[in-house]
Write a protein that binds this ligand. Structure first.
Ligand SMILES: [Zn+2]
Ligand SMILES: [Zn+2]
Length: 303
């Protein structure tokens, strides 16, 4: 496990946090504290109480722990933090920040859905709760009617049905829509971290509904990487799909990560843990990958 003073060569910038402020990024190869900014607890769809996760983090030498309850204001499904619990959630995270503050920096954030016309990751919507940071994530896609939305993060059947019903089997259109939503979110939202930026890959190992080597797919990644670079936002290297055995890789893929790093996009490693047990899951894998791609890029596609 990494120590608190480990540096990451080959990665231009990594974020750090300061207590009670929004995230900042620093340039160069300064020491990077062991940190995880993407965590879910029993306040939304996680399995453990926040305090159990703080204790697990302390045991593993984590210096910054950021909680990011699922939020979709003004709506909530059964996996979101209910709106009438926002205040309780923040109170509990702030309590932990105070109790454990001499040993670890505990931050209170939200992972906010982007759904056009419904939910947007923006501070103005969450100002009453004074979050330390926001993660913006695309979990839902639909056609022009937001009422037809389905998640790309749910069971395989949900994606299979959505592809057939809403996109009439046109997988390319579905995938392009996913990245269109992400670019909209990046342009319109006011938040720091882009969550699992190619989550649409989650079920591709089972459904094989698109070819990640196709030229049109690479074009989507390039366009999205350009939009992200213009925004100045941070991209997370998310290991949650590995912990939940959905795929044996991070979000983003090697190809997408190389495009992001080439453009100087700041990155951070997050676990998206839903239990204390999977805190820091796959961090060594992600760190090795970052170092490799930061150093070498990836080989250009053979023609
Ligand atoms: Zn998510
Ligand atoms: Zn999450």
């Amino acid at each position: 496990m990494a120590g608190q003073n480990e540096t990451l060569s080959g990665v231009e910038r990594m974020p750090q946090a300061e207590t009670g402020t929004r995230l900042i990024c620093r340039s160069g190869s300064e020491p990077v504290p062991l940190a995880d900014y993407h965590l879910h607890t029993i306040f939304c769809d996680g399995n453990d109480a926040p305090e159990a996760m703080v204790r697990a983090a302390l045991e593993q030498g984590v210096r910054v722990l950021g909680f990011s309850a699922h939020a979709c204001y003004p709506e909530a499904t059964d996996w979101h933090l209910p709106i009438n619990r926002y205040a309780d959630y923040c109170t509990e995270i702030r309590r932990l920040a105070s109790v454990y503050g001499d040993r670890i920096t505990v931050l209170c954030g939200f992972e906010v859905d982007y759904i056009p016309g419904v939910s947007i990751p923006s501070y103005s919507r969450y100002a009453a709760y004074r979050p330390d940071y926001l993660i913006g994530s695309v979990h839902y896609v639909s056609d022009d009617n937001p009422g037809n939305r389905f998640t790309v993060d749910g069971p395989v059947e949900e994606l299979r049905d959505g592809l057939a019903r809403v996109f009439r089997g046109d997988a390319r259109r579905l995938v392009e829509t996913y990245f269109e939503r992400e670019r909209e979110m990046v342009a319109l939202g006011d938040f720091e971290i882009i969550g699992h930026p190619d989550l649409i890959r989650k079920r591709n190992g089972v459904l094989r509904f698109f070819d990640e080597r196709a030229d049109w797919y690479r074009a989507e990644l390039v366009q999205t990487a350009d939009a992200i670079a213009r925004s100045g936002k941070i991209v997370e290297v998310n290991t949650g799909g590995m912990a939940r055995r959905a795929l044996d890789d991070t979000y983003p893929s090697d190809t997408f990560l190389a495009l992001l790093l080439q453009r100087g996009v700041p990155v951070m490693i997050n676990s998206d843990a839903h239990s204390a047990q999977t805190l820091l899951y796959g961090f060594d894998f992600a760190r090795t990958k970052l170092e490799r791609i930061g150093r070498e890029g990836i080989a250009p596609k053979a023609t």
